[in-house]
Design a protein around this ligand. Structure first.
Ligand code: NAP
Length: 305
């Protein structure tokens, strides 16, 4: 059985920051990442609120810079999905890549997955007009009409990006007020391509082989209507990636991991960092801070061991 002092699950900003801090402390560790480094950053066009980049920076560029920095240190990594964590008294076991890996510390930085609307045809028409990523799929809708669903920072930020490509964009939100920051609200409300459709929820996505519209219900009047669109981009928040969580791990009501301010979970030696952690502010800058804090706390834990 392979053995490490620490295993980091996830290669997003939290995982990369944790890796940097563990590497510099001389800890023998492994990073398990199922896709490529960067996490949600790779799906973001331009980041305007990461300190140090007054002109903004492309999501993939910041991800590359972080990875380049981390890779100046030596550590093991595997590309696979963790199947299970089995907590133990002396050490924990991770099952990944068909192997059992023994470790004293686990830093879970596995991030989040897109929340689904759970309306008819959403799953069936995924990739055929339904999308959760404007940067990946926006180009397919050049000069066409689309709807964006949601009222948070993601929905409005992605609407601003899509408005440069599409002819018309309906921004459908279930309340009268957007949740997003003022800077995004102002940019959307000033944008002639974007038409807010408020107090409205999607009741179904219309289309046989590809999307040709959405049916919406006005929650104040109860009236149904149809928006003729070729694409529907859904940004209604995120859910925790939790398939491999061990039994007994303390979670909040939404499935995110509860931690102390040192990022420690209720299971000794298991830490959480980034979006997977129960917290209010999910930003790249807070993910990086979580990663550094978790690694520092984990190092102290290892020293006591
Ligand atoms: P969010 O802040 O949780 O917003 C989700 C939005 O979707 C809310 O407006 C919510 O409506 C709506 N919604 C949720 N479930 C729905 C449903 N079933 N049907 C219709 N609408 C639904 O999620 P997010 O925008 O993805 O952001 C997630 C986190 O990342 C936040 O902390 C956010 O600040 C952060 N983020 C930051 C940036 C940035 O700073 N540049 C960019 C993107 C994301 P209600 O408002 O009515 O609840």
């Amino acid at each position: 059985m392979k053995s490490y002092d620490a295993v980091i699950i996830g290669g997003g900003p939290a995982g990369m920051a944790a890796a940097l801090y563990l590497a510099r402390a001389g800890v023998n560790f492994l990073v398990v990442e199922k896709m490529s480094h960067g996490g949600q950053m790779l799906l973001t066009d331009k980041l305007e609120n990461y300190p140090g980049f007054p002109e903004g920076i492309k999501g993939y560029e910041l991800a590359d810079r972080m990875a380049e920095h981390v890779k100046t240190y030596d550590f093991d990594h595997i590309h696979d999905e963790v199947q299970q964590i089995v907590p133990g008294k002396d050490f924990h076991t991770i099952i990944a890549d068909g192997a059992h890996i023994k470790t004293h510390v686990i830093i879970i930085a596995s991030g989040v997955t897109f929340r689904k609307l759970k309306v008819p045809n959403e799953e069936k028409l995924l990739g055929r007009g339904v999308s959760y990523c404007a940067l990946c799929d926006g180009n397919f809708f050049k000069g066409k009409d689309v709807a964006v669903i949601g009222g948070g920072n993601s929905a409005l930020e992605e609407s601003i990006y899509l408005s440069k490509l599409v002819k018309k964009l309906y921004l459908v939100h279930r309340r009268e007020q957007f949740r997003a920051d003022k800077i995004y609200r102002d940019k959307c409300l000033d944008n002639p391509v974007i038409e807010p459709v408020l107090s409205s929820v999607v009741s179904r996505i219309i289309g046989e082989d590809e999307v040709c519209g959405i049916e919406i219900k006005n929650v104040q009047t109860g009236e149904f209507s149809v928006l003729d669109v070729d694409g529907v981009f859904i940004f209604v928040g995120y859910d925790a990636v939790c398939k491999f969580f061990p039994e007994g791990l303390d979670l909040d009501q939404y499935g995110f991991i509860k931690t102390t301010c040192e990022m420690e979970s209720n299971i000794p030696g298991i830490y959480a960092a980034g979006d997977i952690r129960s917290k209010k502010c999910r930003q790249i800058v807070t993910a990086v801070g979580d990663g550094a804090t978790a690694a520092t706390a984990a190092y102290t834990y290892l020293e006591h061991k």
